[in-house]
Design a protein around this ligand. Structure first.
Ligand code: PEP
Length: 261
């Protein structure tokens, strides 16, 4: 059972375009997502490459679709070649930002401490942060899943005033499910989400936990989204591969759940 009904948590379906698409393709996809998701029961967002933020912002202006970056750096400005600040994201039209994605952790050395600093910077800039956590296959197979989730969540959420935290979104993204075509079963996802919600309650209280949106990410498709979203502690999805095609992403954003399990 969920700690609390999900009725208070507006679902969020966010696409992560990763390092894909040129400007013309980005504009076309953004237009198609905008027009294909008007009936979505969720908040819909696309997290696009830095270079495409401004042009996609123009397409999405005045629409229901929100715009996100895929990372940020915690300093406001300075000699940090290649980095992008929270203020620069806002300036380009972003309202959301992904933090601590497993590809950032695995390929670029992002740590829990970095995620924590990025989260502070994102919240200070009034961006909605999507903080990613998740275990590798080895960790799952050696029964380390809960320990990893506890450590990553506590590390990212360390040292905040409770009043600052309501905008935070957490994404449970098992690394073994990202880009592999192997999706967590609804039961596996629900188990991890409920665990994360209980950890959030331990850290910042039941009120925070009950309102915390926890997304699932890892090979979400048009075919499996409805069963995943029927789980009581799944409050949306972070979608990689299937967000690059408007029909699949739109179908995901327009998921159909009659009643939570
Ligand atoms: C992701 O990159 O966050 C992701 C979940 O990718 P995919 O949907 O392709 O597994």
């Amino acid at each position: 059972m969920s700690l609390m009904t999900s009725a208070v948590r507006k679902p969020l379906i966010a696409g992560n375009w990763k390092m894909h698409l040129g400007l013309a393709q980005s504009v076309d996809l953004a237009k198609a997502v905008r027009d294909g998701t008007t009936g979505s029961p969720a908040e819909v967002a696309v997290c696009v490459p830095f270079t495409a933020l401004s042009v996609v912002a123009e397409v999405l202006k005045g629409s229901h679709v929100r715009l996100g970056g895929q990372d940020l750096y915690w300093e406001a400005q300075g000699a940090f070649t290649g980095e992008v600040s929270a203020g620069q994201l806002c300036d380009a039209g972003a309202t959301h930002v992904i933090i601590g994605h497993s590809e950032r952790r695995r390929l670029f050395g992002d740590t829990d401490e970095a995620a924590n600093k990025k989260l502070k910077a994102a919240l200070a800039a009034k961006l909605i942060p999507i903080v990613c956590v998740g275990e590798t296959l080895d960790e799952r197979q050696s029964n380390q899943t809960f320990r990893v989730l506890e450590t990553q969540l506590a590390g990212a959420l360390k040292g905040f005033a409770p009043a600052d935290l309501p905008p935070v979104v957490v994404a449970y993204e098992p690394v073994w499910a990202i880009g592999t075509g192997v999706t967590a079963t609804p039961a596996q996802a629900q188990e991890a989400h409920l665990f994360l919600r209980k950890q959030a309650a331990k850290l910042y209280g039941e009120g925070f936990a009950a309102g915390l949106r926890i997304l699932y990410g890892g090979s979400v498709t048009a075919e499996n989204v409805d069963n995943l979203m029927a789980q009581p502690d799944l409050d949306g999805a972070l979608v990689g591969g299937a967000s690059l095609k408007a029909p699949s992403f739109s179908r995901i954003a327009n998921f159909q759940v009659t009643a939570k399990a």
